[in-house]
Write a new protein. Structure first.
Length: 288
């Protein structure tokens, strides 16, 4: 049984159709004081899969998932969480005294409530894998094959760019699947007002359709800087593709003003969600 939580009901419905499984929408409303009211409208099966995307009202979505899993524990033998976007992974180290390392705490909450967890393209830095923070079976799902397929079908003569070192692993892997070239954008600061921008290898990108790939678009600052730099070295048509489209601080509007195409998956529902991750979830659940 698929149980759709509030974060990504469309993906939950798509997965249930692909699996020919029932799909239940968890009922939710808020009391006047802001507390959540939650209810399962039907009886739960022995094997339950919760699908949730933890964006927007992140803390409410965390409470929703945790409370729902605790109630499901009374009725079901196996409870799985598929998080199309999992939160609180950025803070993975104490940089200043007293800082709370949130990634392990969020993972502990999920490990306490669920028997198994699957996360789409988690924003991991110092930890190499999900098992470093989760104590239950945790599987990394990736949208890379779907992004590569989109590029093959929609973009001719692509050249893939990672806008910085953190994003390059996504760019490189997608380029390998597509079978095209890729590079990392490097910056060398000469002074407070002068920056030299170059690719990691010499190539003429003036006749290429440049595709900037990242895992997350949050404020869009990194992409906006990359767009400016790439145009300085000859890029004409630029498409920005990301797994997770958060678009904080009017980022989408800023990117559109920069006259680039913006595409994301539907791990977080938004107007740019052109790539459906449901087939990846369906394949994962068939194997569990």
């Amino acid at each position: 049984m698929i149980v759709s939580l509030s974060g990504n009901p469309k993906v939950a419905r798509n997965v249930s159709k692909l699996l020919h499984s029932s799909c239940m929408q968890l009922e939710q409303k808020k009391f006047p004081d802001g507390e959540l009211y939650l209810r399962f409208p039907k009886k739960l099966d022995k094997n339950v899969v919760f699908i949730q995307s933890f964006y927007g009202e992140i803390n409410d979505r965390l409470v929703e998932a945790y409370f729902a899993a605790k109630e499901a524990r009374k009725h079901s033998k196996k409870i799985t969480l598929v998080a199309t976007y999992f939160p609180y992974l950025r803070q993975d180290k104490q940089f200043n005294p007293g800082e709370i390392v949130s990634n392990k705490i969020a993972a502990e909450l999920a490990s306490d409530a669920f028997d198994e967890v699957a996360v789409f393209d988690p924003h991991l830095h110092r930890e190499g894998k999900l098992s470093d923070i989760f104590t239950v079976k945790a599987t990394k799902l990736t949208a890379n094959p779907l992004i590569a397929e989109y590029i093959r079908k929609k973009i001719k003569n692509p050249f893939i760019i990672g806008p910085d070192w953190e994003s390059y692993k996504w760019a490189e892997r997608v380029a390998e699947i597509v079978g095209c070239e890729s590079a990392i954008l490097e910056k060398k600061r000469i002074s407070s007002r002068k920056v030299v921008v170059k690719l990691t290898k010499k190539i003429d990108i003036s006749d290429k359709n440049v595709v900037i790939i990242d895992d997350i678009i949050s404020t869009g600052h990194t992409l906006l800087e990359a767009i400016k730099d790439l145009r300085k070295i000859g890029a004409k048509k630029i498409t920005c593709i990301a797994v997770h489209g958060i678009f904080a601080e009017n980022a989408l509007e800023k990117l559109r003003k920069a006259k680039v195409s913006v595409i994301t998956t539907n791990t977080i529902p938004n107007p740019t969600s052109k790539i459906d991750v449901s087939p990846i979830i369906s394949d994962y659940l068939k194997k569990t």
